[in-house]
Design a binder for this molecule. Structure first.
Ligand SMILES: *Cc1c(COP(=O)(O)O)cnc(C)c1O
Length: 388
């Protein structure tokens, strides 16, 4: 009797279950916001990447509806064939203006932007140095590129420098890749130091601004602006799906870089253009980010208030260092993290447990929003104090 070649699937699932690594989806009904209907019950939302509350904003919704009525639901083809619209170019100009770069290119997601950019920039004869805590899309982009990949311990600049000393010479091009705000920790990369090393060792630098765009920097341009590095040679990646409340990704940089990507990035060339609705919503979000700095100010006020309450009332909480709108506290194992996540949910607080293999250690991850009210933050702290 030959064995069932698919039997391993059930066995793998059983292993995932035993480790408490099993994941499943939960449905949110109605519009997203600082409170959401989670499986029929209203909870305060600390689980979303919608930092400015724009995903449920009427102005984005109206822009998406208007664009759908005018241009239809789908782009009908890849950008180089039938899928290009004026609206795409307008969005790319708006991103370049927000980022103060020469040009930008929109992809169907941030994940695809990373795959396409990294695979276009380096190849077999090249070297990638990658922060150990980088997002999955950076890591898989590196694998797709066929370059040699060396990880450095999280934000360990000394180690990175040593590796460059040891290995840089043996390769043609070198690319340093990093999250700007680390998505599952909330800390920020040491961009000025990375740029100094890049200059010393003749490396390109690619930063993923997914959790920083619309959030960090005087004008919401991200971590690059926050560190006043806007004029430095940097390849910036980002997403339209977090603070911008839509769907899609982008690369921002020099005209030549963008021109090269349009000719070389497989995840841009061989995929359908962004839908008119997503494009118009993102375009509206960028206008709001530029015109309403008060949204960002509210977000930072909320982050500061939560940190203040935790330090006063819950000093025992093991908070990870954070300079973003993401606050995490550590738990001893996945089982405990799941239990705390469930207790929070019972108390009307939606803040997910993040477990291996996404992160090395289990934690509860809290994402703050500009639209959280004082009472929402106080209820979170109250719930946390019962659990601890
Ligand atoms: C979310 C995220 C992405 C992926 O963006 P999508 O537009 O959701 O595909 C890429 N990089 C980082 C750091 C992220 O957090």
């Amino acid at each position: 009797m030959p064995t069932d070649p698919y039997a391993w699937i059930e066995e793998s699932l059983a292993t995932i279950h035993r480790a408490d690594w099993y994941r499943s989806v939960q449905a949110i009904n109605e519009r997203p916001g600082s409170t959401v209907m989670l499986e029929g019950r209203e909870v305060i939302n600390f689980a979303s990447n919608d930092y400015l509350g724009l995903a449920g904003d009427d102005r984005l919704i109206q822009a998406a509806i208007a664009a759908t009525k005018e241009f239809g639901t789908g782009a009908t083809g890849s950008r180089l064939l039938s899928g290009h619209r004026e609206l795409h170019r307008q969005l790319e100009s708006a991103i370049a203006s927000l980022k103060q770069t020469e040009d930008a290119l929109v992809f169907s997601s941030g994940y695809l932007a990373n795959l396409g950019a990294i695979a276009s920039l380096v190849g077999k004869r090249d070297l990638i140095l990658s922060d150990q805590y980088n997002h999955s899309s950076l890591k898989n982009g590196a694998i797709l590129s066929s370059a040699t990949i060396l990880d450095y311990p999280h934000s360990d600049i000394e180690n990175l420098k040593n590796q460059l000393h040891q290995h840089r010479q043996q390769y043609r091009r070198c690319l340093i890749i990093t999250d700007s705000v680390f998505s599952m920790d909330g800390d920020v990369c040491q961009l000025p130091k990375l740029l100094d090393l890049a200059e010393e060792f003749s490396c390109m630098v690619l930063v993923d601004e997914a959790h920083a765009t619309g959030v960090l920097g005087a004008n919401g341009a991200g971590c690059v602006e926050h560190f006043r590095c806007t004029k430095k040679p940097i390849i910036q990646i980002g997403t339209l799906s977090k603070a911008l409340g839509s769907l899609g990704g982008y690369v921002a940089g020099t005209k030549a870089l963008i021109d090269l990507l349009r000719n070389r990035a497989p995840s841009w060339i061989y995929t359908t253009g962004l839908s008119p609705a997503d494009t118009a919503a993102a375009l509206t979000a960028i206008a709001i980010i530029q015109q309403e700095p008060s949204l960002r100010a509210n977000l930072w006020k909320n982050v500061a208030y939560l940190k203040q309450l935790i330090s006063q009332q819950l000093p025992q909480l093991k908070l990870l260092p954070s300079e973003s709108a993401i606050l995490c506290f550590q738990l001893n194992n996945p089982t405990e993290a799941l239990k705390v996540g469930q207790k929070l949910k019972d108390a009307g607080i939606f803040a997910p447990a993040i477990r291996p293999p996404t992160v090395p250690t289990s934690r509860i991850r809290i994402s703050m929003m500009a639209t959280h009210e004082i009472g929402h933050i106080e209820r979170l702290v109250e719930a946390l104090s019962y659990i601890n």
